[in-house]
Design a protein around this ligand. Structure first.
Ligand code: ATP
Length: 352
């Protein structure tokens, strides 16, 4: 029996609700498969405990986490803690500390789900987000605090090695998809240093992938293309900030933020990778039992794939699709199903 260790960090808001649902579905996947089991350890690193303890991650916490095969993450963010404190206190130290530089965000209109777009069925994208530097490198500062001459800087940091490895990752992924198409997204007309370097390195790396069709788009222009010509896109590679924004749009166009899944990968596998829904804490629905768990199930499927359980990953994705096709939808998708209804339906589909 193959065994994988899984660190579950439910976090804040609806995080605990969707992670509990996700663990249930993963347990059902393992039971149906029969060839592997998951040893799950839960970590109570969240904002409530931050307020009590003064830290999200305790001393030695990252070293402990390092020994796991994968991390299953819910959400972080609380009304009582400033967003930049919670994000930099929990999610970013893991993603950056474990060099999870490739953030993979698939978007596809699942059966039975309505897109706000007339041609939403054409959505079948993977957005690759550079996840270790760029606009979120944490480079900047403030001076003259509180004075009229106060200044704040936020410097994006792009390294040749960082840009090269994300482009290479994107080309490798694009090569495995039927359409083999990769769109480079930057803003190199207005930002003429780091962004121009991104473009240059992209076309250098492209020489090694003659089988992948490439094109380029400015980040503002690609939003219109996503809405008006969804079929014209396949794989998209963009910076940390740009891809963050594009993937929220992609999730909304595929029906709801409650669908969008993401994998934070350390492709070299020197560190564990982290799997999470793209949505946040969603305070407006926390505790109501109506959070859409599909994003979490989808990321669980990506996690199984990453762990080497491709058949189980495929089976889980089919169970998700059978559930959405059957109209078992939470309110964000216009239905009246609860988190539990969707979870039970997916577990049922797995077993049938
Ligand atoms: P963050 O900045 O942490 O990513 P956010 O500001 O994007 O968070 P979310 O917490 O993701 O905000 O919520 C945005 C909206 O989407 C809210 O109205 C929320 O209820 C809805 N939403 C997010 N996730 C889900 C979900 N899983 N199921 C149903 N609705 C959701």
């Amino acid at each position: 029996m193959r065994e994988y260790s899984l660190a579950a960090i439910p976090g804040d808001g609806i995080g605990p609700e969707v992670i509990a649902a996700g663990l249930q579905v993963l347990a059902a996947s393992a039971a149906v498969d029969g060839g592997f089991r998951l040893a799950v350890e839960r970590f109570d690193w969240n904002s409530e405990n931050f307020l009590k303890r003064g830290h999200y991650i305790p001393e030695g916490g990252l070293e402990r986490l390092r020994s796991f095969d994968a991390i299953f993450f819910g959400a972080v963010g609380s009304l009582e803690v400033a967003d930049h404190v919670s994000l930099w206190g929990l999610r970013l130290p893991i993603a950056q500390g474990f060099d999870q530089y490739a953030n993979v965000r698939p978007a596809r209109l699942l059966p039975g789900i309505k897109s706000p777009l007339a041609n939403g069925a054409d959505i079948d994208w993977v957005i690759i987000r550079e996840n270790s530097e760029g606009e979120y490198a944490g480079h900047g500062g403030r001076a003259h605090r509180g004075l009229p001459i106060e200044v704040g800087t936020e410097t994006a940091v792009f390294t040749r090695a960082g840009v090269q490895r994300i482009h290479r990752f994107a080309f490798e992924l694009a090569r495995k998809r039927p359409r083999r198409q990769l769109t480079l997204v930057t803003k190199s007309n207005a930002q003429r240093f780091g962004m121009v370097m991104w473009d240059e390195i992209f076309f250098e790396v492209a020489r090694d992938y003659p089988d992948v069709r490439t094109d380029r788009e400015l980040v503002d222009a690609v939003t219109t293309r996503m809405v008006l010509k969804p079929k014209s896109l396949d794989v998209v590679v963009a910076t940390n900030l740009h891809a963050d924004i594009l993937s929220d749009l992609a999730a909304a166009l595929s029906g709801s933020l409650g669908i969008g899944a993401t994998a934070n990968l350390n492709p070299e596998r020197q560190f564990p990778s982290m799997f999470e829904p793209i949505h946040g804490s969603a305070f407006d629905i926390t505790g109501k039992g109506i959070a859409n768990p599909i994003a979490t199930f989808w990321t669980a499927s990506m996690m199984l794939e990453h762990l080497g359980e491709a058949a189980a990953a495929r089976r889980l994705m089919q169970a998700i699709e059978a559930t959405t096709a059957a109209g078992v939808h939470t309110p964000d998708l216009g239905g009246n199903a609860t988190t539990r209804d969707v979870t039970d339906a997916v577990c049922g589909a797995l077993r049938s």
